[in-house]
Design a protein around this ligand. Structure first.
Ligand code: ASP
Length: 331
């Protein structure tokens, strides 16, 4: 029988309500005990790593989850991480960079309603995550939620209330799961066991800046003492204001020429960014220090740049790591 390690971190799935609102209360063991049938499928061990609302999940916690998986990597066939939905896409992306090419599946799941709610989605999400983690064709980091398996770098929480909370952005679902049946939509080569690569450093000085009409370019100067990288969410397919005072041109080229990192993406949820299309973007497209996100999610950009800057500050290395596709993060 296969062995699965379930790592509990909190989230709605573990929450119960008090006067102050929902907060994690149930343990991973209690959650597992509420899911009928899983003990017949595998030998399940539960590790309670933390019990927090994922609003409070930070890069240092991603590293704790990474360490827990790696400490037990040799002893289990797969990993299921119970996690709050609000920042699950960030954690899934971060783990995709911290633990690369894992032949063993590392599955994140949670729920929109607490386990204690009579109409909860928690039981099926845990059950199907374990089924997915047990399947021989599963690998790498992914999210399993509401019958969908999403690559760890492509998840986005798209709905705050519905059970169908997650979408796979700009990339096909890995699989759908109907009851006990996994129907694969994406079948790529499985990683070789010796291809596993792990990392244990992140640089969390990464800021996401969303352009809005009339936003002041001086913001770049204000951010420079606190941040090493900006992810710029531009308009449309890649529009950056071209005001009379050339304030954005000065601020952006000034930022990258000072040796800081800048990645350009779009605030439009689907289909990605291309700076080449409009005059208001094209002038930035050739500069080697300006990284182009293409169809990556902002969640993955945050995690990838934290990971890259945790390993190097050399521009050529940053460039080459950024443009290398990891766990399907860019096409
Ligand atoms: N606030 C909760 C969390 O992210 C929401 C959830 O789990 O659905 O921990």
């Amino acid at each position: 029988m296969k062995k699965i390690l379930m790592i509990a971190t909190g989230g709605t799935i573990a929450s119960s309500g008090g006067e102050q609102g929902l907060a994690p209360a149930m343990t991973g063991d209690e959650l597992a005990a509420n899911v009928p049938g899983i003990q017949d499928k595998c030998k399940l061990t539960v590790l309670q790593l933390m019990n927090i609302d994922s609003t409070n999940m930070r890069p240092r916690d991603w590293l704790r989850i990474r360490d827990a998986v790696m400490e037990h990597y040799g002893s289990y066939d797969g990993f299921v991480i119970l996690h709050g939905t609000d920042t699950m896409a960030y954690t899934a992306a971060a783990l995709s960079y911290l633990i690369q090419n894992s032949r063993k599946p590392i599955v994140l799941t949670g729920s929109q309603k607490p386990m204690g709610n009579p109409y909860t989605d928690a039981k099926l999400n845990i059950y199907q995550s374990i089924l997915y983690a047990l399947d021989d064709q599963s690998c790498r980091v992914c999210i399993v939620f509401n019958g969908k398996a999403v690559a760890g770098t492509r998840g986005r929480k798209q709905r705050t209330r519905s059970f169908d909370a997650f979408e796979s952005m700009n990339f096909p679902l890995l699989a759908v799961i109907h009851d006990d049946r996994i129907i694969r939509h994406y079948t790529g080569a499985l990683p070789e066991p010796d291809a596993l690569k792990t990392y244990s450093r992140l640089n969390d000085r990464v800021f996401v800046l969303k352009l809005t009409p009339e936003v002041k370019a001086e913001i770049f100067g204000l951010l420079s003492s606190h941040y090493d990288a900006i992810i710029l969410e531009t308009f449309g397919i890649g529009g950056i204001p071209e005001y009379e005072d050339a304030s954005f041109e000065k601020a952006i080229f000034g930022w990258v020429n000072a040796g800081k990192t800048l990645a350009v993406t779009t605030q439009v949820p689907e289909e990605g960014c291309d700076l080449e299309v409009y005059k208001v973007g094209k002038k930035y497209s050739e500069h080697p220090g300006i990284l182009q996100a293409a169809d990556m999610t902002t969640e993955s950009l945050v995690a990838k740049i934290m990971w890259i800057l945790g390993q190097t500050n050399k521009q050529e290395e940053i460039h080459s790591m950024f443009y290398t596709s990891i766990n399907h993060d860019r096409t």
